[in-house]
Design a protein around this ligand. Sequence first.
Ligand code: THU
Length: 143
Amino acid sequence: MSSLIDSFHTPPGSPVDWDALRRYATEVMERAYAPYSHYKVGVAGLVDDGRVVLGCNVENAAYGVALCAECGMVSALHSTGGGRLVAVACVDQAGKPLMPCGRCRQLLWENGGPTMQLMTASGVKTMDEVLPDAFGVEDLNKK
Ligand code: THU
């Protein structure tokens, strides 16, 4: 199985190519391991250095320990050099925008912050819009 990731890189600071991000997300969605829910998810994230990181959901016979696609993408973000997520596209098995679950919005918040852009069925939104009043690292420093 070839690595999808090597070919995915855009110059840092370029406008977000949402069609490309969605295509990458759809491509990696095909690699999801979802034999229990039969609900495949793929996600592609543009990093501030121009890398694109990918993830797909990975389920388990112990249903509750399933890994969402976003978990895999965040792991790929760190394992390939870190950085900040600037734009994310998450899709279902039809390639349609999928709204990340609550836990995954928190993961995206940690790694992209309030200005990270997210493709949704109703247009591109910021993390601040989809996770208002979020808990974050600043809260840890409040006494
Ligand atoms: N899933 C994701 O991968 N990301 C989400 O944001 C929502 C749900 C996965 C988990 C599970 O494998 C399947 O979708 C059905 O819930």
